[in-house]
Design a binder for this molecule. Structure first.
Ligand code: SAM
Length: 708
């Protein structure tokens, strides 16, 4: 189930004389010539009785639709329209949410998507919202979008069978259910089985069944024998209904839960097993939130930096009451306190969790921060140029170029002249040969930029369901079994109780017994702040060995930052200011002649980043350290042994720390992952990525290496 940062192909489309898209890959039409929108409503919305089901949702309840073949997004847009109409009839106040999951093997390029969507003027508001953030990126993996009216879209670029499997809790035979409460309605689209036999396989129908629950329904346009047989064999009860237009019939179906093998039928054995150990599966918390209605009532978040504040906002948006505690009087006083931070993440050609998470985070951050960037007091989407001058970075460039060439509204590759045009700074050096000048040496993210993290945090906390409590230093965290509650005791002697707690206090998590095992390491970073712009002509952020941002609304310009493990003092040093200055001077010819006199005017800020050994943040449920080590002790004998046990996690305790210097980029997506895990709704990332971020990964690695 390993997902790759690998290239798929765009849909190759011909436009017929009526202006409708035809797939060259499948030689089939995307939608009916006789009114695609009406057909969508007839086949998918009505067969799944969506109008009635949407109108019956309780406040804070979620509804999950999953589709095979996102195509032009027509089904999605029509669903958004219906969702909006039902909300307007019922009053917009309810916090119910629509989660739409779509899998697509051949995503449309941005121009094709724009052209297809222009065919539906009445869907324009939703089409525009999607097009504003649709990159046309054709790399396998999850892309996550959020729209107004509480609509979330998870677009999985992959083959339908493989992509949908990334929504399963585990590859273990006994744990193939969804890693959320399950799909409520399926839109079984995809080209006709005769034109696309590879998709309509028994494995597809099995996967649909795995991800379904008692009330799951399904609608499809086809009545082909292979579909009827596949659905029936996997536990769906099918009905034929009158088809749309000239089509005589179509199918609807209802899932009838089937008996599944239980974990107990598997043996514990030190012998090699093909079944993975389901340690990331989190049953304790699933039991506490068995159905949509039982969302956490009140959640405490410890730590009001970007990680904690984003988590609070993500939960409040789902209608959950949150209290954020911080030992400081105000939010963002730790590593999130710099006046200008960069939304920065490093793209990589690699297929690992880090590369996938970086990409997914940056894509989501780009849309999430759009309203923040619109306020010049908070930040600026001035663009970020990442220099790839080091030999290793240079080597990656052609490969990155191949992977990302089509996603121009996400990133571009620039040569020196182009970098000068976007930054206002010269990059040529007198020794450059003409060939060097033409090579692409920078990666440019046109829609990213800098943000003032304290202002971002303040904005995130200003939600009626969020209470901020400053000057509250957490002393003890105790689980009261009889009450199924966490008791929080603060240094002041104050106490509070919550059913759920999120630890988002960076390196301080090591001070709590429940999270002291996490291998977080503080790394000191000092930024330098000039009271007046030293490079007023700078138009975009430049990131090389250090970074420099364009001046903020007050005319201040921030650059930095140092990395130091040995000195953990929060005092600024002039040596560090010198280091920051020398790094930015090296970055570009136009920065080279900054006068050293500026050193006399600089102020700055030193803080401790919270870093991890594998550079990924720690996001997810908190493991019960002792029980985990006992349960999975056999791993010390054989890393591939059979342990048919799910991970013992502490009920209702979650973690969101370890963002290093990428808190601004990583926090928005991490918060969505946590909110989804706590509310049992679809994750914005694959289960593989959720596992790569799982706080228990370090215990598992230690057990394998016999370090516990
Ligand atoms: N639902 C779409 C809409 O609203 O525009 C139309 C879907 S179109 C008829 C079928 C889609 O299924 C195409 O976009 C095609 O690329 C996609 N598809 C075909 N085979 C697939 C597969 N094996 N996995 C994922 N998507 C597939």
């Amino acid at each position: 189930m390993q997902s790759d940062l690998s290239k798929t192909h765009h849909a190759t489309i011909s436009w017929n004389e009526q202006g409708l898209p035809i797939s060259n890959q499948f030689d089939d039409v995307y939608f009916s010539k006789g009114g695609g929108l009406d057909e969508t409503r007839h086949v998918f919305l009505q067969q799944n009785q969506l109008e009635k089901r949407f109108s019956r949702l309780k406040p804070r309840q979620s509804f999950v639709i999953a589709e095979t073949g996102f195509g032009t997004g027509l089904n999605f847009l029509a669903t958004c329209q219906l969702w909006n109409q039902v909300r307007q009839c019922n009053g917009n106040s309810q916090n119910s949410r629509l989660h739409y999951i779509a899998v697509e093997k051949y995503p449309l390029s941005l121009p094709d998507m724009q052209r297809a969507m222009s065919l539906w003027p009445e869907l324009k508001p939703w089409a525009d919202a999607l097009l504003a953030h649709y990159t046309g990126l054709h790399l396998s993996g999850f892309q996550f979008f959020q729209f107004k009216d509480n609509i979330d879209l998870t677009l999985i670029i992959d083959d339908a069978i493989d992509g949908l499997r990334h929504l399963q809790q585990s590859e273990h035979t006994a744990l193939s259910a969804a890693n959320f409460a399950g799909v409520d309605a399926w839109f079984l689209d995809g080209f006709a089985p005769s034109k696309n036999p590879d998709m309509w396989q028994p494995a597809l129908f099995e996967t649909l069944a795995n991800l379904s629950h008692t009330n799951t329904t399904l609608g499809t346009f086809t009545t082909a024998g292979v579909v009827k047989k596949g659905l029936t064999n996997s536990g769906f009860s099918i009905s034929k209904n009158p088809g749309f237009g000239h089509k005589r019939e179509q199918l609807s179906a209802q899932y009838v839960p089937q008996p599944k093998p239980s974990l107990d039928s598997f043996n514990l054995s030190s012998r090699r097993s093909e079944e993975p150990i389901p340690w990331p599966v989190d049953f304790v918390n699933r039991h506490r939130v068995e159905c949509h209605e039982q969302l956490p009532a009140r959640i405490a978040i410890i730590g009001a930096g970007v990680a904690g504040c984003h988590t609070a906002a993500a939960l409040a948006k789902r209608g959950i009451r949150v209290t954020v505690f911080d030992r400081e009087a105000r939010c963002a006083q730790g590593a999130s306190g710099n006046p200008q931070g960069i939304v920065y993440g490093k793209l990589s050609k690699d297929n690992d969790g880090l590369a996938q998470f970086n990409l997914a985070s940056l894509l989501f951050a780009q849309q999430h921060y759009a309203p923040f960037f619109a306020d010049p007091e908070i930040g600026q989407a001035c663009g970020v140029v990442q220099l790839a001058t080091a030999p290793a970075a240079q080597k990656q460039l052609p490969l990155l170029h191949e992977l990302f060439a089509h996603a121009q509204n996400f990133m571009r590759f620039l040569d020196y002249d182009e970098m000068q045009a976007v930054t206002g700074i010269s990059f040529r050096s007198t020794s450059d040969s003409s060939q060097d000048n033409q090579s692409k040496t920078g990666i440019y993210f046109p829609r990213l930029g800098w943000l003032a993290p304290p202002k971002v945090c303040e904005a995130l906390l200003s939600h009626p369901l969020i209470e901020f409590c400053g000057n509250m230093s957490l002393d003890c965290l105790d689980y009261i079994t009889e009450e199924d509650q966490w008791s929080l005791t603060f240094r002041s002697g104050k106490r509070a109780q919550f059913s759920h707690v999120v630890i988002a206090n960076a390196n301080d998590c090591r001070l709590l017994p429940q999270t002291s095992h996490l291998p977080c390491k503080p790394i000191r970073g000092q930024v330098s702040v000039s009271p007046t712009a030293i490079i007023p002509e700078l138009k975009a952020v430049i990131c090389g060995e250090g970074y420099i941002a364009p001046a903020n609304a007050l005319g201040q310009q921030t650059f930095g930052a140092t990395f130091c493990q040995s000195n953990l003092s929060l005092e600024c040093t002039s040596l560090d200011h010198q280091e920051n200055l020398s790094h930015i001077k090296k970055a570009a010819k136009g920065l080279n002649n900054i006068d050293d006199e500026v050193l006399l005017t600089l102020s700055g800020r030193a803080a401790l980043r919270c870093t991890t050994t594998d550079y990924l943040p720690i996001v997810g449920p908190a493991p019960n350290e002792r029980d985990f080590c006992e349960t999975f002790a056999l791993l010390g004998k054989n890393a591939h042994c059979s342990i048919p046990k799910t991970g013992p996690y502490l009920p209702g305790l979650f973690i969101n720390v370890g963002h290093g210097s990428r808190g601004l980029a990583y926090s928005p997506l991490s918060a969505q992952i946590l909110a989804a895990q706590m509310c049992q709704t679809p994750l914005p990332v694959s289960q593989d990525i959720a596992t790569a971020l799982n706080p228990a990964r370090f215990l598992i690695r230690d057990l394998i290496r016999n370090k516990r």
